[in-house]
Ligand binder design. Structure first.
Ligand code: UDP
Ligand code: MG
Length: 195
């Protein structure tokens, strides 16, 4: 992707990271440590908005413990499992940063990539997509993913970038537009591309 040339055009007063969580207790501590290590050096204040989507493995309590230790961590508790897309919407609603990163909480998305996403936002881009260069899934599932993204692109009215999932960064204005949409059957990558 081209970037506008020159110095950063803006700086975030707050960066939000939104993390939907469903039964991820075992990785939450590592996830939070890696996020903090990746974000602290940037020097931008950040908040970690975890959404517990009705986990049954103790993730909710583990998140409350994390939030008690770390002022940056916030937890939204959903009353039952509503599904990934609903958890995303809840998290975006509680995210107040100038720039908002959305990522999975199972360490399939790389916390260490966030500074590069933010750097693009600072250059003036309002939507920054992360693309997986390696997938831990097997060949069969990877082929199905590739087929899914290309098939969806064929039938969608909105131009969708291939091979990018939920992981990425949006400007606060994009977040406002997405949270303001009344859609019930939500597909975040589609809404983001449309905005
Ligand atoms: N997730 C969620 N609610 C659900 C299912 C998943 O919030 O009902 C979360 C999950 O904890 C993870 C992200 O959404 O952070 C993606 O889920 P998953 O890893 O199952 O999806 P995949 O990697 O297969 O796309
Ligand atoms: Mg996953």
């Amino acid at each position: 992707m081209d970037t506008p040339a020159g110095d950063p055009v803006r700086r975030a007063a707050l960066l939000s990271v939104v993390l939907p969580v469903y039964n991820e207790r075992e990785v939450l501590a590592e996830l939070t440590d890696r996020l903090s290590a990746a974000l602290a050096p940037i020097g931008v204040p950040f908040e970690l908005v975890f959404v517990d989507d009705g986990s049954r493995d103790g993730s909710a309590e583990a998140l409350d413990d994390l939030a008690a230790e770390r002022p940056q961590a916030k937890v939204v508790h959903l009353s039952r499992n509503f599904g990934h897309q609903a958890a995303i919407q809840a998290g975006l609603t509680y995210a107040h940063g100038d720039a908002v990163v959305l990522m999975d909480s199972d360490l399939q998305d790389t916390p260490e990539a966030i500074p590069a996403l933010l750097a693009e936002w600072e250059q003036g881009w309002d939507v920054v997509y992360a693309i997986r260069t390696q997938r831990k899934e097997g060949l069969w599932k990877r082929a199905l993913f590739a087929l899914f993204y290309r098939g969806l692109r064929q039938i969608a009215d909105t131009e969708l970038p291939v091979d990018s999932g939920n992981f990425g960064l949006i400007d606060r204005r994009v977040r406002d537009a997405i949270t303001g949409m009344g859609e019930h059957d939500r597909y975040y990558p589609g809404l983001r591309a449309w905005v």
